[in-house]
Design a protein around this ligand. Sequence first.
Ligand code: ASP
Length: 338
Amino acid sequence: MSDRRKFLKISALAAGGVALGRCALPENDNNSAALPNQASDNQHEVPFVMSTWRHGIAANAAAFEVLKAGGTALDAAEVGVRVTEADMTNRSVGLGGLPDREGRVTLDACIMDHDSRCGAVAFLEKIMHPVSVARAVMEHTPHVMLVGPGAYAFARERGFEPIDFKVPLPEAERAWQEWLRNSEYRPEPNIENHDTIGILTRDAEGRIAGACTTSGMAYKMHGRVGDSPIIGSGLFVDGEVGGAVATGLGEAVMRVAGCSAVVETMRAGASPEEACREIVERVLRKHPEAEATELQVGFLAMDRAGRYGGYSVRKGFNYACTAAGEDRLIDTGYLRAE
Ligand code: ASP
């Protein structure tokens, strides 16, 4: 990150005093109906990048370099999340991720542009950059999605080399061995047994694109695919409206076709933050057991008018924003404080 960039950590306490606008709701009494409407009209200038979680900071920096040099939103989205995929200290994205319950690291990714062109791969092993394979599916096949051995064979044909090291990495392997002692499957919110990177980019021409990539839920069943590579669930972009990305429990996102729902809610007139909040509320309605299970789902969205925002079920979700000369880490609003 260059020196001239100022990094602002926007917290619930600081949000009120920072020019960026309202970014997080106050600690809440668990009564979502009592919340004030916190829809913000955060405005971005182009070019602009936003992405999920703290690991988005490094992804945004790479994506922004592409945009600054006049690159497309699509190129920026791919380049951005490749940084996270290549980060072998990340336990929830890429081949450094935690394995499934059989000790296999399987990757899911997708990419989409303003013209609704899209590509996806799922259940892919041993390839460092599933997002780039997803883009190749989009650009070089008549299909949208390839999975498992078919995706791998296609990747090899397109010149993607398999990795020459063993996964899971030693630390991930140790965590899995520890998990095997009880074999209790428990997706925990806001910690690294899941935390996809989803990115939305806007280039100087105003085009929006997005990408989403993950190693999925730690200790998932072998063969499980979550929302992240599913166009309309983990990511959706429509150049007429805007784009959205999701993170959190994929099964819950898929039940409401989350990102498609966010974009359609924006199409109907909601701001990005209002739309994210509305679909988060829908997720909770579909999961009455969520109070007990600590379900976490978060959405980010941006629209054509230059507005952006996010929302999550639980406190703890944040996103990185990058615009000219400034990076920010923003806590989203949420419905549940615990
Ligand atoms: N949505 C991802 C999945 O379910 C995980 C995450 O974003 O935390 O695989």
